[in-house]
Design a protein around this ligand. Sequence first.
Ligand code: FAD
Length: 481
Amino acid sequence: MSSPPIIVWFRESLRLSDHPALYAAAASVAPVVCSYVYDQESPELRRLGGATRWWLAQSLRALGADLQALGADLVVRRGPAAKVLGQLARETKARAVFWNDVAQSGPRAVAANVESALGEIDVASRVFPDDLLIDPSKLRGKDGRGPRVFTPFWKRVLALGDPPKPLPRPARLSSVSVVASLAIDELALEPTRPDWAGGLRATWQVGERAAQGRLARFLDAPVRTYAANRDRPDVESTSRLSAHLRFGEISPRQVWHAARFAAAERPAFAPGIDKFLSELGWREFSRHLLYDNPDLATRNLQPSFNAFPWTQDGAALAAWQRGRTGYPIVDAGMRELWHTGSMHNRVRMVAASVLVKHLLIDWRLGEQWFWDTLVDADPGSNPASWQWVAGSGADAAPYFRVFNPMLQGEKFDSQGSYVRRWVPELARLPAALIHQPWAAKPLELAEAGIALGRSYPAPIVDHKQGRERALAAYATLRTSD
Ligand code: FAD
């Protein structure tokens, strides 16, 4: 009789290479049961948004196909992880369950429940470090908390040297046959009526192979000009790895080592690579903030913001969500988001700033919209970035720095090609006017086929007035200190 199997519980590392739990299970003599539990019931976990649910479905399909090539099936179940894994362990007579850690309080609480449920039936648990370059518990200050300012944080991470080298993917898996599994479709992760995911399907290749291919292509050339071009939404100058990282189709260690290798091979790429790795550092920093602040998506890190006089304006929120604010760079970003599930980082900053400052709408409403629509919606980076833009966060942009959406557009999309792509009703305006169509003369608008206020909205709020209103609202915080 073969030895009792080990269950590998796939969580947020949907890949085969550099997967510490899978690697250890495959290296043992035991057969392996690879499982994924779709857990929407444990109260400690934030429910996924629509775009990440879509991504998850594709990612699980890709993982299932990759596992099959190694001779194993992906056993998919639904329910609270502790109950489901206990049941699976009993069914398969497993001796142990292995998984990779997710260094956040909610997922760790779920894992603790799994461990105790398994303990009750004498099944062992083994947890492996995974989703970060460095475990947050290793970067504690005297007050027991992690760094709250990015630059010293990143210096400390760099001073620790390279993270462990990535592990290879197992060459083959000896698996247990005939374990009941749900089909991915049964999880109902993808939209049907209406099916709004056409743009996502047309934009993304999902899964570990796609992630590795994207990284290789990025390091082959675009990284060279990354430092200079990363703020430009009109050229594809960034890696577009964020959703792959979000679902662990690629690990930060793999990205780190591949980038360092490329820098050693091609010294001319080194400045771009350092900048790229420091952006990966912002992901890490955001996850460390989340570790210390599990309520990052709901609580102002700076309590003074609790008194901020946000407005309740459903019409303005809807105009922003639909890309109808009258600020072309913002509308282009919001439409790109709706169509592709992503938005360029610079445009995310401008769009978020317009919501929070020009429209005085609570950053949490913007965070929730991004959470639902981004394929890379991340429990750390999304709320941390929103709080950064709002000024309520750790190491945040000062509130009084209000982005000028016209200048941002002119600087980073100087020919207007990004706006032309996503706001086709403005496509015939010349570059000099495309970021402020209201400044065009009536004849110029007519020639471009634009009826301002009808075919394209006038600005939802005048920039100067919006800025002054935002600063006045902020001043009430300082006087109430
Ligand atoms: P690259 O420029 O190639 O960077 C490499 C990697 O570094 C990214 O894949 C990402 O993992 C990380 N990274 C880059 N910039 C940042 C940043 N500013 N903060 C944190 N990590 C970063 N990123 C998410 O991954 N998920 C989110 O939910 C998310 N929400 C955001 C919300 C707002 C309001 C803003 C301003 C930014 C947000 N970001 C978020 C950060 C950033 O916009 C994206 O990580 C980036 O656009 C992804 O594109 P890329 O993979 O081509 O990045």
